[in-house]
Ligand binder design. Sequence first.
Ligand code: DOR
Ligand code: ZN
Length: 450
Amino acid sequence: MLVKNGTIVNAKGMLKADIYLELGKIRRIGKNMKMQGEETIDASGLFVLPGMVDAHVHLRDFREVSKEDYFTGTSAALAGGVTSVIDMPNNSLPTISMQNLEAKKFVAGRKAVCNYGFHFGATPDNFEEAAIAARDPSIASLKIYMGSSTGSLLLDDFSALYCHLASFKKTITLHAEDEHAIRHFSKQHGLMENEEDLRGAKHTKATIHSKIRNEMVAELAVTRALSAASKTSAKLHFAHVSTKKEVDLISAAKRKKMRITCEVSPHHIFLDDSLTKKLGNFAKVNPPLRGKKTVLELWSALKSGKIDILATDHAPHLREEKELGYWEAPSGMPGLDTALLLMLDAVNKRRLSLQKVVSLYSYMPSKVFKIYNKGEIAVGKDADLVLVDLKAKTKISKEKLFTKCGWSPYEGTQIQGAIRRTILAGKTAYDGESVISRMGEGKELRFGKI
Ligand code: DOR
Ligand code: ZN
């Protein structure tokens, strides 16, 4: 395939040139290329980016196929310009044993339409399994939930946290919210004391969520993890940072040459907690949406390079679950269909450059998790591309979503920008309207050693 006349955007530069793709790889980049008999895509007026790499998604499947499965989740990815996803372990089946990992590989291998890999889940006692998983190239990292969230994975005990940090030989990804602090604030706000009575309580408003899981809850967990990492030399990646305090702590640790990176999720920079009044539990997410001031602080952290990657935390839940009472409604929102669109809109609003988007959502995730063939448009790299139009408009509407959950907190938003085509391994996988890629065409990702 020949992609002609587009503007190539890499994290480190832009270039107007043609790209020749063959056998799943980028073979040549040059001006005025002509290849006889090749499918030619005219990318005039479009920007050609390396396919996005989303390091934080919950693709459900198994007992949660009603919310999402590997086909619908990876279809949402392709429609959103994402060609590689890394699945979190807290779904049901949890990725906490090699047996469960093999089952997930089997199902994803048959259903995925984009590339996929896995994070392995830490439990208080799965050290041996984690050591085996660390050697498996399909495992990106060990995910530790320091605070409870969807599913039952939790490591609120310091000794288990410390032992995992001391022994796991790949990156460790942290959900940094302190469980003890969450419990404290839940009690203080009248929840938990009398849990039974409160189940289904309609009077508890979703706005309580950001009071229970307040900014201190995140700060405490980051502090604890950084202390443990300084003594164990673990390589840490902080998922979905949502406060300036976390970013400052992480930046200070980076200055001390600790091996630390962090990510931000679209909902923490495009939404704020005032939306909870309108959307109720549809805006309930862990960590919660923050105030407007914090959102602006996250934008400056992004611009100054203190945040390494963007990842959606795509967490589909059904409408009927979100309509339950505060206590029962699950946390999380979908994001794969919409993340790149929101970023394109931000580029048009001059909040950041297109190169920075590529850095945050393709190049750096590939670097952090050591996916050597992705994240860049260069000869020899995998032919995963996304063609975007900054001049066209897109309206986010539920009818156009590919995620099975069928709703979005951005419903009705007008985006300045459009995703015209997603190319996977040198073939059109999404044509701007439909997913063309077939079930099983997604390939298992390979994560290098650290
Ligand atoms: O809001 C969230 N939802 N945060 C998480 O950490 C997990 C996710 C989910 O799996 O639903
Ligand atoms: Zn998550």
